[in-house]
Ligand binder design. Structure first.
Ligand SMILES: *Cc1c(COP(=O)(O)O)cnc(C)c1O
Length: 447
């Protein structure tokens, strides 16, 4: 429907050059790429033409589109109770790692020995920290992510050869990412053994031969099979005379008492795995990275593969990873191990500050997330808000992602740092005002 008001607005659309020359854009003109700035102005004018922005508001619209940093990624308060939320960037970094990233952002001695002034091994500090934290690892290598670690292992240890793997471990991780397809993309062949529910040592034994590159043991991190099941553990596979590569997924370096089912690098190396691969941004609580730990000669082989150069990480990742490894309690582990009583007390305190809003503190089940420990329920508490707060909370000045259960919106404080509580309270009060007083619509605007 074309209204008289829309037609009027269209006639009043300012020219791109006029908007660009507006004094209110002086600062942006100085700091911002001119092509990008012009594009943003054109986008704002398209909204004016569409009648969704008043002509007088076009300049404000352009200014509002630029954040201080120039990045469209926004900080989010994760009130879902899911610790490693893949859509929210998995592990939140420890403050020390954030500091390390800032320090590494400029020129930095990532491949430079300050004492001698000569070239040095890239990221030596991060690798040393990894080996120090994983005593049974003779050597370590860091690549782009867990998937890259598997690619490098396959391309180095089984080019044109067979990777022996149990049919119970042919895993899809998420978003259509299937480990078997990834491995085949390197030119290796999969030699599947056993059945979906049961695989025995003799199945592996029968499959081994001159074509074997290595045995791959994958921790089925995001599902559980129950009933008539059998699998072969690393300790037995280690005696078969071929390299065993074990993908633990989560990145735990040592056993985590809160997650007794979750494998860790040191234990699987102790059991006889020759290499362990893992992610950096799951339970380790660090930046996105792929960790490769284990036998020195094999790690060295992987390091010398030309592909290693294509899969390497940047200085920011190395800085954040090394820093994370030095931290006693990462935010990830703090969220994972937060005790229910503390969460209940915090929920009551926050609820008490939500003046004028009817709230209730209710039991809430958190999750590890990120495709880890799918069966582990983390007992906690949440603030239940009436009606639909989810959307205004997401769209407010501070973006809060809550959990919708039925017609209630739950705020689980497990993954909300204590120093973000003020911001959370402010965001809920804002959302409440937005619900009580929705932005005024023009009378002839269609609903
Ligand atoms: C998460 C996961 C991967 C993939 O790791 P990314 O770091 O996401 O590439 C591989 N294997 C297992 C078992 C995983 O859980």
């Amino acid at each position: 429907m074309t209204t008289a008001r829309n037609q009027d607005a269209r006639r009043r659309v300012p020219r791109t050059d006029t908007v660009l020359a507006d004094p209110r854009l002086a600062d942006l003109r100085e700091r911002t790429d001119p092509v990008l700035l012009k594009r943003r102005v054109q986008e704002a004018l398209a909204e004016v033409r569409a009648g969704t922005v008043e002509p007088e508001a076009a300049v404000d619209r352009v200014v509002a589109g630029f954040t201080g940093s120039g990045s469209s990624l926004r900080t989010v308060i994760n009130a879902t109770g899911v610790v490693l939320h893949t859509n929210l960037g998995r592990a939140p970094l420890p403050p020390e790692a954030v500091q390390a990233i800032t320090a590494a952002a400029g020129y930095v001695n990532v491949e430079y020995d300050i004492a001698s002034g000569a070239r040095a091994r890239r990221g030596a500090g991060a690798l040393a920290a990894l080996v120090a934290r994983t005593p049974r690892a003779e050597d370590a290598l860091v690549v782009n992510n867990g998937a890259a670690a598997l690619v490098l292992a396959a391309a180095t240890l089984a080019p044109g050869k067979e990777i022996v793997i149990s049919r119970g471990e042919l895993v899809e991780i998420g978003d259509g990412f299937r480990i078997p397809e990834l491995l085949e993309a390197t030119g290796s062949r999969l030699r599947e053994v056993g059945t979906t529910n049961r695989t025995h040592l003799r199945d592996y034994e029968r499959a081994l031969g001159p074509e074997t590159g290595f045995i791959l043991k994958i921790h089925p991190s995001n599902f559980a099979v129950r009933g008539f099941v059998a699998s072969v553990d690393v300790r037995e596979l280690a005696d078969l005379g071929v390299p065993v590569v074990a993908d633990i997924g989560s990145g735990l370096l040592e056993p985590e008492p809160h997650l007794p089912e979750e494998p860790d690098a040191d234990s699987w190396l102790a059991a006889g795995a020759d290499l362990v691969t893992a992610s950096g941004d799951k339970l380790l609580g660090g930046p996105q990275a792929g960790l490769i730990l284990g036998r020195h000669d094999l790690v060295q082989q992987l390091r010398r593969n030309p592909l290693a150069r294509a899969l390497r990480v940047d200085k920011l990742t190395l800085a954040a990873l090394e820093s994370t490894l030095t931290v006693r309690l990462t935010p990830t582990r703090a969220a994972l191990t937060a005790d229910a009583e503390t969460l209940r007390r915090r929920a009551h305190e926050v609820a008490g500050r939500l003046i004028g809003i009817h709230t209730e503190v209710v039991p809430s089940v958190g999750l590890v997330g990120g495709g880890g420990a799918p069966e582990r329920e983390l007992a906690g508490w949440a603030i239940a808000l009436p009606g639909d707060f989810a959307e205004p909370l997401r769209l407010g000045t501070t973006c809060v992602v809550a959990r919708k259960v039925g017609d209630r919106t739950l705020l689980d404080l497990r993954c909300v740092p204590a120093d973000s509580e003020d911001e959370l309270v402010e965001a809920v009060l804002d959302a409440s005002r937005a619900i009580d007083h929705p932005p005024e619509r023009h009378p002839d605007e269609p609903h």
